[in-house]
Design a protein around this ligand. Sequence first.
Ligand code: NAP
Ligand code: ZN
Ligand code: ZN
Length: 369
Amino acid sequence: MRTSTPHPAAGTTTAAYAALERGGPLVPWQFERRAPRPDDVAVRVLYCGVCHSDIHSIGEWGQSFPLVPGHEIVGEVTALGANVGGFAVGDLGMIGVIVDSCRACEPCRHGMEIYCREFPVQTFDGVDRIDGTRTRGGYSAHYVADQRFVYHLPKGLDPAAAAPLLCAGVTTYSPLRHWKVGPGMTVGVVGIGGLGHLAIKFARAMGAHVVAFTTSPKKVEAALALGAHEVVLSTDAGQMAAQAYRFDFILDTVSATYPMTPMIAALKLDATLCSLGIPDSFDFAPLMLTMGRRRLASSGAAGTADTHEMLAFCAEHGIVADIELIAMDQINGALQRLEKGEVYYRFVIDMGTISAGRGKAPAIPAPTP
Ligand code: NAP
Ligand code: ZN
Ligand code: ZN
């Protein structure tokens, strides 16, 4: 059914939380969300996941401030442009890391828009290809995006726990598929955070033997519960030495530069370590690549093809994130815990709280694995 109703945000201000300057705290802020264009879907944001990239963006990556982060969005459709098919008002729609691309280059034509040669339009802190305005993310009451980059929430998945699938989920699903992870393979997942915990679930569901690497002794038991067959404490030199030449593929989700040589040494001949964390630099001995003809690679979040495939996979296997639901005004404390790797395993903001409690932020409860 195609329906078009007035969008509540059109021509009105949209409540948001923004960093007003680089490195600043997130504070209540307001801006104008565009009215839907003919191909747009407008949503009232219900949930938004908190990605480590939000921290990088508020800090070193941000291009323009005020900056409204947030690219793991689940919302209720409130309005549709005249050309939109496939969505109805009231549907639950999901929006991830990118909201547009050139659509003509080879990666775009193959649904790999994240690798668009003109660079895709990021969901926040990007530049809209039509009107040149700065995109503002999901830490806001409403979002408006082209239908090509809006996805249906699969039936049976909890909307809050599904929100992180749109970045943390697809960013790990895509390389696991690209490197053909499956039965008979030994696969490592490094870093048990937002991305890493979903990577463990995916690799297990794909049939691999999954080994989690963590720096946090208190995550060992939890990693087994997530589906890892084994857990290695990566700060233990003896445990790391025992991993040499074991792995067919390692997916590294660490958000910082860390001593990577023992991790590369854990790869078999010709095997690949895919680093997703985009650190400022790498710390490893290049000889470790030469020995074993090993490969160091990376991967972007994903385009529309992998996102649709990942959502179908999650529906089939019942995969969602393990989340801690927070109120909007708890975000600054949440970012501090995320920075320390103390999240079990993804914060998701209940965006229904955005207009409430704008005073002093309540304390975040102590972390529990
Ligand atoms: P996260 O929840 O903070 O998880 C990162 C994990 O890395 C931590 O939980 C911790 O796991 C480990 N870690 C952190 N600092 C470490 C250090 N100094 N040494 C060793 N291990 C450390 O972050 P996330 O949201 O999953 O994101 C992970 C990274 O991926 C971020 O840098 C993010 O910007 C990036 N990212 C990239 C893409 C892409 O397109 N490639 C997309 C999304 C996110 P343990 O406690 O288990 O050790
Ligand atoms: Zn992200
Ligand atoms: Zn393109």
